[in-house]
Design a protein around this ligand. Structure first.
Ligand SMILES: Nc1nc2c(ncn2[C@@H]2O[C@H](COP(=O)(O)OP(=O)(O)OP(=O)(O)O)[C@@H](O)[C@H]2O)c(=O)[nH]1
Ligand SMILES: [Mg+2]
Length: 331
């Protein structure tokens, strides 16, 4: 995987090498970890913006429109379209999953789609690692589109610097949005399809709700900032006709510079990295230590004892933990 020629070609800006490396990283082929350690040691500059929202809200159309504006400004834009609900990669052929365009005047554009494989953790990890690869290749921006249907996409957007929640007039009940946990993760709300009836209503509802939450100090990104309390931007767009897309891009930029100035940008990345390292530690601990030390039938026996009322899960966990500790100390 980490043959010097492939990596060299990648570093020289060869798009085909990029695609191959992304595939290795996505499939976690032999040697992908060496690739990742190499990439982590390179200078990084790409900003990650995640877009999530209900199916058909216009996320892809928005991503296209926003990309076009930034490409014209000369930026190199990459897009990862993640579909946690689809078991197959959109189109069986790799060709359908990758698009690349070099603007004659302007930046480069790279698109990659990614569909569910195995665990939800796997999809989120693959997205993170692919974003790292695109960053290492030199893209200025990684736009990550994912359908807002559950925990998986929350994990995915957790790896972003800015999260855009896309709603449509049909989303109607904003309380549902609250329940879905989307307001907790949003940095920007977009009400797309604002050409349709009901758009004004949802903009007003959202703004009211956000103001209320702000006054109660319940929004995480608000309670973190002492002093001035910024409101979350709510932007009404029509992605098909490009209405307000320039405003959306301007909002990205102002939010980014504010977050970089007040330290939120670094704080978020630090938190994400801390979570990543703890997750890796947890995985190692569970898969290796637990299997090696406590799987000699002890766990199964303990579970049987709990089921017949002779033990309980808390004492079992305590005991197994002690057992593992002892075994580690004697190593
Ligand atoms: N009227 C109107 N239609 C829009 C707008 N934005 C997108 N659409 C249409 O809505 C449909 C879905 O758009 P997509 O961009 O594919 O939506 P999506 O959120 O990416 O969809 P999934 O990825 O399948 O969840 C398409 O037919 C778009 O042309 C808009 O602002 N107004
Ligand atoms: Mg889409």
């Amino acid at each position: 995987v980490s043959s010097p020629t492939l990596l060299q070609r990648f570093e020289q800006g060869d798009i085909r090498a990029l695609s191959r490396i992304i595939s290795h990283v996505e499939n976690e082929d032999d040697g992908y970890l060496e690739l990742l350690s190499h990439l982590y040691r390179q200078p990084r500059q790409a900003v990650r913006i995640g877009l999530t929202g209900p199916p058909g809200a216009g996320k892809s159309t928005l991503v296209d429109g926003v990309s076009r504006i930034l490409l014209e400004a000369g930026e190199d834009i990459s897009v990862i379209a993640v579909d946690p609900s689809s078991p197959f990669t959109g189109g069986a052929l790799l060709g359908d999953r990758v698009r690349f365009k070099e603007e004659t005047q302007g930046g480069r554009h790279y698109f990659r789609s990614l569909a569910s494989r195995g665990s939800s953790g796997g999809l989120s990890r693959a997205t993170d690692n692919i974003a790292l690869t695109l960053d290492g290749f030199g893209f200025d921006l990684v736009l990550i589109e994912t359908v807002g249907v559950g925990q998986v996409e929350l994990d995915i957007v957790d790896n972003c610097d800015i999260v855009v929640v896309v709603l449509v007039p049909e989303s109607g009940d904003t309380v549902q949005t609250l329940k879905a946990g989307l307001t907790e993760i949003a940095d920007i709300f977009v009400v797309n399809k604002s050409d349709r009836p009901g758009a004004d209503r949802i903009v007003t509802d959202l703004t009211t709700m956000l103001a209320l939450r702000r006054s109660q100090g319940t929004h995480p990104s608000v309670s973190q900032t002492a002093g001035e309390t910024p409101t979350l931007p709510v932007i009404a767009t029509d992605a098909v006709h490009g209405t307000n897309l320039a405003e959306l891009v301007a909002t990205f930029n102002s939010l980014l510079s504010r977050k970089k100035d007040n330290g939120e940008f670094d704080a978020r990345r630090r938190k994400q990295m801390k979570r990543k390292v703890s997750q890796l530690l947890q995985q190692r601990f569970l898969t290796e230590t637990l299997q090696k030390v406590a799987s000699k039938g002890d766990v199964d026996r303990a579970i049987e004892s709990i089921l017949v009322g002779e033990d309980d899960p808390y004492s079992t966990a305590d005991r197994l933990f002690e057992q593992i500790n002892l075994a580690r100390q004697s190593c």
